[in-house]
Design a protein around this ligand. Sequence first.
Ligand SMILES: [Zn+2]
Length: 1105
Amino acid sequence: MTAPIHNKSVVSAARVTDSLEKPALDDRSYRVILLPNQLEVLLIHDPKTDKASAALDVNVGSYSDAEDMPGLAHAVEHMLFMGTEKFPSENEYNQYLSTHNGYSNAFTAATSTNFYFEVAASAHTPSNSKASSQIDVSKTTNDSILYGALDRFAQFFVKPLFLEDTLKKELRSVDSENKKNLQSDTWRLHQLSQSVSNKKHPYNHFSTGNWKTLHDNPLSKGVDLRARFMDFYEKHYSANRMKLVVLGRESLDELESWTVELFSDVPNKNLQQNRWDDIPLFEENGSFMQLFAKPVADVRTLSFFFPYPDETDMWDCHPSHYLSHLIGHEGPGSVLAYLKEKGWADSLSCGSLPLCPGAAYFDIRVTLTAEGLIQYQEIAKVIFQYIALLREGTPQEWVFEELKNVGEVEFRFKQNSSASKTASRLSGMMQRPYPRDELLSAPVTTRVFSPAKIQEGLEYLRPDNVRITVVSQNYPGTWDKKEAWYGTEYSYQPWPKDFKKMIIDAAGARSADRPSQLHLPHKNEFIPTRLDVEKKEVLTPAIAPKLIRNDQYVRIWYKKDDQFWVPKANVKITLRTPLSSITPRCSAISKLYCSLVQDSLNEYSYDAEIAGLEYSLSQNGLGLQIIISGYNDKMAVLLEKVLHSMRELNVKEDRFDIIKERAQRVYKNWHFKQPFHQVGTYKSWLTQDRSFIVDELANELQNITVEDIRAFYPQLLKQLHIEVLAHGNLSKEDARNITDLVETILKPKGLPSAQWPMRRTLVIPPGSNYLYERTLADPENVNHCIEYVLPIGDDQDRNLRAKTLLAASIGEEPCYDQLRTKEQLGYVVFSGAVIPVTHLCYRILVQSEKSPDYLEGRIEAFLVQLGEQIRDMDENKFEKHKAGLCSKISEKPKNLKDESIQLMSYILAETFAFDSAETDVAEVMKLTKADIVDFYNSYLSPASKTRSKLSIHLLAQATPASIAAHMTPEEQLDKTVALIVQLFQSNMPVDADKLKARFAKVDLSGGDSDAVLGAVGTYLREDAGLPQEDVQGILEQGKLAIGSVLASVGIESKTETPATTDVIPVAAKATTITDVHEFRASLQASLGLRPVRDISEYEDIESKL
Ligand SMILES: [Zn+2]
């Protein structure tokens, strides 16, 4: 079916190319066209994709922000999506996408703004014929889904409205985004590097913007915000600066005709490319400088920032790849190997990073041990000595050939990534000057050896062209400056004289003056040579692996790849033992052991890693897990080495101290993660058998000695059950041989199945209502977090599972729309079904500056509203939701890795429900609206007598009480008045003194928001002379804002008014959990995990000789 082509004068596009060089196994087809308005488009026809997508990249970003409005480009990115002339409703686009199992996103970078969406490629064809006879799903949502989405999407670039009444909400969202980043060291340190750079280069700017830069400051200067946003759009958005990618199942011709029809109206202003050539990144006296910065988390790094040429035009020889490969090497002879031997560093990374057309920098980053921090000057010396070594000889062609080979192999066997990732990434790549037939290959391959250009690049790595940054919480201990946007404490000073001399000497060091341990790497033996794939045509790929061995020692799951045809494999080995997680102490020792094994292998395994073969070793609730993935050619060689290291680990005291200290910091820093990343751990701790929190592990870690590791790990390996998943380009024989390696090297006694660790969930009984509160450790963090969990029941009840999935799917968009878009509670709002181990739950998670009690009220109000939406939903819309969910459930894995992860999840879950998607779809298709209404009434409705609930509140410290402690009542009043004045600012002028006078009788500290609103009302009527009905309207709006106004002066509002006018059922008072042990003891454990069918059904065991 073809979507209607509007009757329009016929325009056609110029064909740029339709022969793109592509990976060997890529069955997509590609075409590049140029529309008459100079908009360049890449069309991708993917006959098998289950998602369609489009992305548009505009060559303008934060570097084009006006001086007086940092964050302008970012704000425009947010505003653009709020209604268009053709589709004026603000959430039309998102509603359309979400009904069709899609979503959208956008980001603003330095010189580009990237917008993209993903939707179902076509409707799911129901496998259950009885259900499908009720409604013809294929009619309601067919191929035109993409057309509909493109139509809405294109209008943002044709005729956006910048709706006035969405403006503040979006600026709030930008502000909330910035607040989310405020305590993030990544953002803080990035901004610091920008802030100390040349003021004349846009790198210096604050890129995200906040309420102050985008609202308060411009308004105080009388700026018309909306006009400024539209101005920016008019000035910078032009078809010739846009690159569009459209990916779908439709033919290239069809995609082309849609694109021509929908995007030819994007205005072309023939703007030039945004470039910043020849503006230095450093201030005039910016050489020989060092920067000391204090981080939020306990991290220690030393980094080197070298201004470096923009290599975008040198895409065929990428000189910096050669340099970063050698400086960043981790094998014998490398800088890192030497620094680790000295006990100074944990890791080193480097590379050149483009900033914008015309500017780039080369970055070297070392994470330091405690000793390394003291020795940071010595480390700088070693790095410059290694650079001297590179400068001494000429660039080596064999090193280049290795890099070239790795790049070619990587490209040749590159697998598809998701539709939206592909579209978004390629639209960005199209801004670069790659020849269009090499658009896919040029970014990953380096084909021309250019020793002259490599030497030119090397010339930039000089002592007088670098800024050194030391990040540490305790060195130097005092910092005399504060960065303006994030408040990072820092100091910035010239290098001491003797340090300067030492580095200049190091950069010119002769071979005899350098440590003999530094040399070029050896030839890499891990580069794969056997790349053949045995391809057999199969009609439908098998969904389950075969069980090719099953006894008391070993279970081998084997699946030969039957759909991706890459010379790669993923082998996942579970070494089952209860010992590794029986107590927090055992768990902490096991984790340390895994880190020590990996540390001992680092130099060896690095070659494998760059050749595309990686491994990991970790501890989990089942025991230990080894994962090896990548090219299968040399997999066994690497595995054998890993196993030997595990068995014969020689625990060295000095490495133990370093690894233990690192683990201690990881635990400490956990508390500085975003609250929404922390909350899940408390949930597991409360409701899972044998689940520990970070503090328990950290306490045990303190007393663990090197002797403990030496004594414990042989016990850990003594008795194990081995479960292997071998998936990919492997034969049965390979799978057996790999398993034999594990058995013969580790030589464990078998662990009988009756002794396997059993995982259960603690069941929160129906009708209960629990609350767990905890104060967050970071004193500066202002964000609270709530996870509101409604446990449902056993995940193996397939009908209940289907209802949970469907109800959660129906609730997703309304939840986001109400709590995030409309109420602006915070940047992080999630809702959905989650299944911790055995038990289904529905949860809503919000991170916000508002108190968790308030959030709880808002969530309850939303749930009431959701109930109405479900009851009022018409059958057609209900069926669309079912179809959307089914298409999501049936999404196929995109590559070998995705499939391995899926297979492994069913194996680790011990349910072996490989056909889970099919079962879910069949169950969902059976559901009626009445089923979901019933489900809602018993499990989700706040009025339900039988629902169970656990709410976890994480409280920020920097909130009401602590804020109030720093303020006098007079200051609180002044700030409250100022904030209210601000709220009115864009609508009407407010006389602050008169307003303040109306507060004379209000007891602010009591948090009586009705009294506050009363005072505002009196002012509006008496002083501003507004008619009563207007005042009423304003106060209705004010109710929503007053809680946050009072919160920001440290007062908790007592009367919070819900956004809906419905009566909110008063939730039964929650039982606060004070003693976690007692709470857990009061709950019954769920059933354990059971296979959904007898696993002998999967057996394919040949008789043994
Ligand atoms: Zn944003």
